[in-house]
Design a protein around this ligand. Structure first.
Ligand SMILES: NC(=O)C1=CN([C@@H]2O[C@H](COP(=O)(O)OP(=O)(O)OC[C@H]3O[C@@H](n4cnc5c(N)ncnc54)[C@H](OP(=O)(O)O)[C@@H]3O)[C@@H](O)[C@H]2O)C=CC1
Ligand SMILES: CC(C)=CCC[C@@H](C)[C@H]1CC=C2C3=C(CC[C@@]21C)[C@@]1(C)CC[C@H](O)C(C)(C)[C@@H]1CC3
Length: 594
């Protein structure tokens, strides 16, 4: 153990997401992750960093009343709090939300004052019910050290404001924060990320070479290595840059609403303009105009390898730019996952959480625009190429199914663009090679594998098989959309009457976990829906070649890995409540299988 703290010692441990400290008992210390496993009085076990653990001497006990009077004049305006109402209650309990119950019960959330400069909150600034069940102790803070103050108001169950909404009274100023150190290395650590850096572009190239071969295996090596001319063309490089600029201009149009992102460590929220669907419509009009002008869009298909290498080049240049500009970041600007100090790991994961050029958010732009809309453009080019190569008057039914299904998926994603702001890609992951390459290369060049395949491999489909495929897609879409919308709406407004039938587990952070309906069926119903849709995209290509199933294989691996990362975060956030949820809903994606 780094300090004098020993297993069995009772010390003060910070509750994640707040600056409040509680008495905890140290159970063990992991030298590899440099984390203490501690247990709170209510039985919640969490892993804490050394910096989240303090001796009793650094604290003074405060009662809710004295704190209210002496330090928060604004509280006089807010609804008053009786100390008697600070009931000690278990952080997790299963509850059926009935309308009657909602009227009768007040969910109390205490006012909390956070002082992020002294003790920055690490996860989010959500109301923290943990405060209600243990003695609240505040660190000693000099007045001049307090740069910002948050008011978490007591909330009724019927209060329309979601629990995690935090009012920032004073905008925090940039502070010389200590630099963050990533201790838990993801994606296989230093070796894993290094291998992926080298491996990922080769995997995509291999797929692109195999997809037009007759040999249906993805494991055989291509007959010949492409020449430099087959791989590079400056005109194509210019066209890719033009596409990026066009999408960037659409992204910056002063049209569409501006919304707040999730609170950063300091409580500050970045602003995002939401106009992805509009960008899709304008891009569609631009493609229509190009067709009108007799631009041959099958050029994308015939120069596909050159488009691929241009996109790889741009993603590498972008990653280098992002890495070099992220040398001097404050803690709030750093990504929790990309600051280990290891060059390749951090280059891959991304050191900066939200790289911006003025108000232009590079990560948000790349995630949603050039790759996703580019994917549809490529599919359209493949559709035209299929007609040309196979001398068809209209696209084949298989091509129609693939392109329409994928168009609907992308359009749905852009329609719900705002939801991206709560995903781990935006909240947790830095913007480095993984996402730059993922967004600009992986998405447009591997997600198009089915349409690409159909250009050179006709696929006959019976009416019955078409009906089966459409049914799988329909069920997949229903599960995906319903699960995502239900969770997002519940997070936005947990007390909405449309959720009254849902059973939930309360957690110590003030948020609840849905434990019935789709979220009670499996722990990640949205992933199940996505997988069913992925299957429906591949089936139209038949069963003779593995290339059309590449997306499905990737998705299974990505979602299994993503799920384990997400569950790790949730266990840290919700402690014993998460274990309770896992007991109540034992399967992750598919009942009795996984
Ligand atoms: N096709 C592709 O390449 C990819 C597609 N996707 C899709 O994107 C969508 C979003 O996925 P992703 O961002 O990974 O994660 P999710 O949208 O599934 O979000 C996970 C979060 O949901 C909250 N949560 C988990 N369980 C519950 C519950 N029972 N009740 C309420 N809230 C719960 C937790 O956050 P909290 O409690 O903090 O709110 C958890 O961290 C999915 O549909 C996925 O399939 C994602 C990646 C790649
Ligand atoms: C192997 C490798 C390089 C992996 C990179 C993975 C990325 C391609 C994906 C990780 C999460 C993604 C998401 C979307 C696209 C693919 C990536 C970037 C997404 C933006 C697609 C549209 C959806 O509606 C979405 C917003 C839910 C989704 C979010 C995650």
């Amino acid at each position: 153990m780094p300090s004098k703290i020993q297993s069995g010692d009772t010390v003060m441990g910070r509750w994640p997401g707040s600056t409040l400290y509680y008495e905890v008992k140290v159970l063990s210390y992991d030298t590899e992750t440099e984390l203490y496993t501690v247990i709170y009085k209510d039985g919640t076990e969490l892993e804490l960093k050394d910096s989240d653990i303090k001796n009793h001497t650094a604290f003074r006990q405060v009662s809710g009343r004295s704190r209210s009077r002496s330090r928060s004049p604004s509280r006089r305006r807010s609804r008053s709090r009786s100390p008697a109402r600070t009931s000690r209650r278990s952080p997790s309990r299963t509850s059926s939300r009935t309308n009657e119950g909602r009227k009768d019960k007040l969910k109390e959330v205490l006012e909390v004052r956070l002082t992020p400069v002294v003790l920055p909150p690490t996860e989010n600034n959500s109301n923290n019910k943990h405060e209600q069940k243990q003695e609240t102790i505040e660190p000693k803070v000099e007045p001049e050290q307090q740069r910002s103050r948050y008011n978490l108001r007591r909330r009724k169950d019927g209060d329309p404001k979601p629990t995690e909404e935090v009012k920032v009274e004073k905008e925090p100023t940039a502070s010389p924060c200590p630099t963050l150190k990533t201790t838990e290395l993801e994606f296989g650590g230093r070796i894993g990320t290094f291998i992926m850096l080298l491996f990922l572009p080769s995997v995509v190239l291999h797929l692109l070479l195999q997809v037009s071969q007759d040999d249906g295996s993805l494991l055989t090596l291509p007959a010949s290595v492409p020449t430099a001319e087959a791989l590079w063309d400056w005109q194509v490089f210019g066209l890719v840059l033009l596409w990026l600029c066009f999408q960037a201009v659409l992204c910056m149009l002063p049209l569409g609403k501006v919304v707040d992102g999730m609170p950063l460590k300091t409580g500050k929220k970045l602003k995002y303009r939401i106009n992805g669907f509009l960008a899709l419509l304008i891009s569609a009009v631009a493609v229509g105009v190009a067709l009108q002008q007799e631009v041959d869009l099958t050029y994308i298909h015939t120069h596909f390898l050159q488009f691929f290498s241009s996109a790889v080049m741009i993603s590498v240049l972008l990653s280098v730019y992002l890495y070099t500009r992220s040398r001097h970041l404050s803690e709030e600007e750093q990504a929790p996952s990309g600051n280990s100090g290891y060059l390749f790991h951090d280059f891959f994961m991304g050191r900066e959480l939200n790289p911006r050029i003025r108000s232009f958010d590079v990560k948000f732009f790349c995630e949603m625009r050039p790759g996703l809309i580019g994917w549809l453009l490529i599919n359209f080019s493949m559709l035209l190429a299929e007609m040309k190569v196979q001398k068809l008057d209209s696209p084949s039914p298989a091509m129609w199914l693939v392109t329409i299904f994928q168009f609907l998926w992308v359009a749905d994603g852009l329609w719900h663009e705002e939801k991206l702001l709560t995903t781990m890609d935006i909240v947790h992951d830095g913007f480095g090679f993984m996402l730059a390459f993922g967004d600009l290369v992986w998405v447009p060049f591997t997600f198009t594998c089915q349409a690409h395949y159909l250009v050179s491999h006709p696929s006959e489909l019976s009416m019955l098989f078409i009906a089966v495929i459409i049914t799988i897609k329909g069920i997949g879409y229903f599960v995906f959309r319903k699960a995502n919308s239900q969770k997002n709406n519940f997070r936005k407004n947990p007390s909405d009457p449309s959720h009254s039938h849902l059973k939930t587990i309360s957690t110590a952070t003030g948020k609840s976990l849905i434990v019935s309906g789709l979220w009670g069926f499996v722990r990640h119903p949205n992933y199940l829906g996505d997988l069913l849709m992925g299957l429906a995209w591949s089936l139209p290509c038949g069963f003779v070649h593995a290339a059309p199933y590449f997306y499905l294989i990737y998705l299974v691996l990505l979602l299994i890995h993503r799920n384990s990362r997400d569950e790790h975060q949730c266990r840290k956030k919700y402690g014993s409540a998460w274990d309770e949820y896992c007991k109540a809903v034992p399967y992750r994606f598919f009942p009795r299988i996984y």
